[in-house]
Ligand binder design. Structure first.
Ligand code: DX5
Ligand code: ZN
Length: 229
């Protein structure tokens, strides 16, 4: 079965003086879900938003919230984001604490668990956790900041995870996060990514709705080609 493409605007690129308006804008533009970046100043050298912002988004938009925890201790922080309204919770394989147990706890609370990999982390880091996650998030920039350039060296890893998923290891969605635009989305979806997270490209666009549609069309075409291989 062909995986479907989802386009997720990243609120990190929104207007921090008007975050609710930014969330509503992402929804009105046709975003399938809203991506929220949580940073603890330790796992990454930046701070961003906490559970209250997730709660605000949950009240404001109807689309699901995909929460990306760039934190050292997701085992300690996961529950607060589940309670705040996350539909998907992505934790990093490089984080500390019990990763497998945290993925299982997330699923046990009715939330979709995902595992994120930094650009240099190999696909083998997923090995102990197959079956415990529904999505792999391949970072295509070093996490911590929006507006960075896509790292093409991540593409072979995306193909590798796509092959593992197609081979029936477990069917997972493959997300890509960082530096996505019309050019890089073709590369990422061509390697098998079907969840496209984009911050600056979407929020800086003159017409966000049209840009979401263009990104989706480019991803669907490239993913179709990947799927036929
Ligand atoms: C980076 C974040 C990304 C970021 C992507 O640490 O995880 O979600 O918002 O932003 P762009 O699309 O601007 O690279
Ligand atoms: Zn992110």
């Amino acid at each position: 079965m062909k995986p479907t493409v989802s386009i997720l605007p990243s609120l990190l690129a929104g207007d921090f003086g008007r975050l609710e308006d930014s969330a509503l804008k992402a929804e009105a533009a046709g975003g399938d879900a809203l991506h929220l970046d949580i940073m603890d100043g330790h796992f990454v050298p930046n701070l961003s938003m906490g559970p209250d912002v997730v709660r605000m988004a949950r009240r404001s938009v109807r689309i699901p919230l995909s929460v990306h925890l760039m934190v050292t201790r997701p085992d300690v922080l996961a529950d607060a984001f589940i309670e705040a309204g996350a539909a998907t919770l992505l934790i990093h394989a490089e984080a500390q604490g019990d990763i497998g147990g945290t993925l299982r706890r997330i699923r046990g609370k009715g939330v979709r668990p995902g595992l994120a990999l930094n650009p240099e982390t190999p696909a083998a880091a997923l090995d102990p956790y197959w079956g415990a996650f529904d999505e792999v998030l391949c970072m295509t920039v070093h996490p911590g900041f929006g507006g960075q350039s896509f790292i093409p060296e991540v593409l072979p890893k995306i193909s590798e995870i796509f092959s593992m998923s197609q081979a029936g290891r477990a069917t997972v969605d493959i997300g890509v996060d960082g530096g996505l635009d019309l050019d890089t989305v073709r590369q990422a979806a061509g390697a098998g990514a079907n969840i496209i997270i984009a911050g600056s490209f979407l929020f800086k666009a003159a017409d966000m709705g049209r840009t979401v549609a263009n990104l989706r069309a480019a991803a669907e075409e490239a993913l179709g080609a990947a799927d036929d291989n």
